[in-house]
Design a protein around this ligand. Sequence first.
Ligand code: NAI
Length: 331
Amino acid sequence: EEDPVTVLVTGAAGQIGYALVPMIARGEMLGTNQPVILHLLDIEPAAEALNAVKMELIDSAFPLLKGVVATTNVVEACTDVDIAIMVGGFPRKDGMERKDVMSKNVSIYKAQAAALEQHASSNCKVLLVANPANTNALILKEFAPSIPEDNITCLTRLDHNRALGQISERLNVHVNDVKNVIIWGNHSSTQYPDVNHATVSTDKGTKSVRELVNNDQWLNTEFVTTVQQRGAAIIKSRKSSSAFSAASSACDHIRDWVLGTPKGTWVSMGVYSDGSYGVQPGLIYSFPVTCEKGEWSIVQGLKIDEFSRAKMDATAEELIEEKALAYSCLN
Ligand code: NAI
């Protein structure tokens, strides 16, 4: 049997955490042959709820689950962690200034970066889910300099999956036959869902999404805003933000990163920009990536039209502003 992999979930007593931990324990993140040890972190006010999550994990008798640590101690939570899913954070409440929310999250991610830096496995892979996801990931990267920068990513796979879902509904094809959409930029309403390279597998071979939809007006307006606003639409209907779709997408993100993307398929991940596609280096920006042997690489050479360029630049602009705001909170 394989050695267990230790997975940290922060904010584990929250909505996403509750959906995510059983998925991990069932093997949906690392495969059904891979034993796992779960480390669950939350804060003191949620300690009882966190303990209930641990009780339910024990009660589920998951064959792959080799241990559970539920704690409010950041050092204990981060010790020997191979994969860290950062879901805990400070939510924006009505009437709060952006700067105040940023300031709370900057201090959380600065502290958790230090704990991961000192106590996690040296090759620990990190996925930032908590918002503002890209900028929290950047702060974590800054304060955990010994973790390789390629190991620090943020979640835009939910947006990617939402884009696949919209195309599948529109064309009445199975979602699994739709491939290679791209989410560029920030996990926010400025993200750019791009279908210019997306395809659908049909009986008659592979067709482009633009050709099959045959309605650029819809693809350039309603499709884009539906994906951008999907999170808000869920909040409006559910009175609470997307939870199991976020959890499922987090599993997709880590599974593809660790086990590899299928041949001919790319996915979207928020990663540290190296300047590809003219995106300012030093931002965590969502790109199309392929993964092999636990490493991602940005898909190169895709043609970018003027419409896409403007949208990719606008979301980069927002990330540059967020970065400046985050840095202004550091002192
Ligand atoms: P939630 O409020 O139900 O859970 C958050 C949990 O984090 C709470 O249990 C809270 O006590 C805990 N927490 C707060 N500060 C913490 C700290 N310093 N250390 C550890 N835990 C801490 O929220 P939910 O719905 O689970 O969402 C979590 C985050 O994920 C939010 O920031 C949300 O905006 C974000 N999100 C991101 C998505 C993405 O695609 N990137 C999609 C959906 C949500």
